[in-house]
Write a new protein. Structure first.
Length: 134
């Protein structure tokens, strides 16, 4: 989980009732950039989506008795990749609950920015992956 304070890319977070913001610092030495791409490293788009899911998980329910909930992508709509994130960079990931789908799953408005410039923006519907806690 990227919101772990021991993760070197995680900087800080702000959590409200139905939204959260996370801040990340990338140096370009992270393993993800070695494969994407060596000559011009850029943050993979799917990794940006993972940042949004991690950010949303900060304000979504995570436990139910002895069951743990991990959120995963169910669907995506109106998602746009407007600019590349090239390291070194500081990114801001913001997730806001805007609705629930017919199954009660959260619908999230998402945006990733760098220096107040939008890099990725869109709507994600998440679904829970529930497992027992021992």
């Amino acid at each position: 989980m990227l919101n772990n304070k021991n993760d070197p890319i995680f900087k800080s977070r702000e959590v409200l009732e139905n939204s959260a913001v996370m801040y990340f610092q990338f140096t370009g030495t992270e393993p993800i950039f070695k494969a994407h791409f060596q000559t011009r490293p850029i943050l993979p788009g799917i990794f940006g989506i993972e940042l949004i899911i991690e950010t949303a998980s900060l304000f979504l329910d995570k436990t139910n008795g002895n069951k743990r909930i991990q959120w995963q992508l169910d669907s995506i709509s109106n998602y746009r990749f407007r600019k590349f994130a090239e390291p070194p960079c500081e990114l801001t990931s913001k997730a806001t609950l805007i609705d629930k789908d017919q199954n009660g799953n959260p619908v999230i408005s998402s945006v990733i920015t760098q220096d107040n410039v939008t890099l990725q923006i869109g709507i994600l519907t998440l679904k829970p992956l529930v497992y027992e806690v021992q």
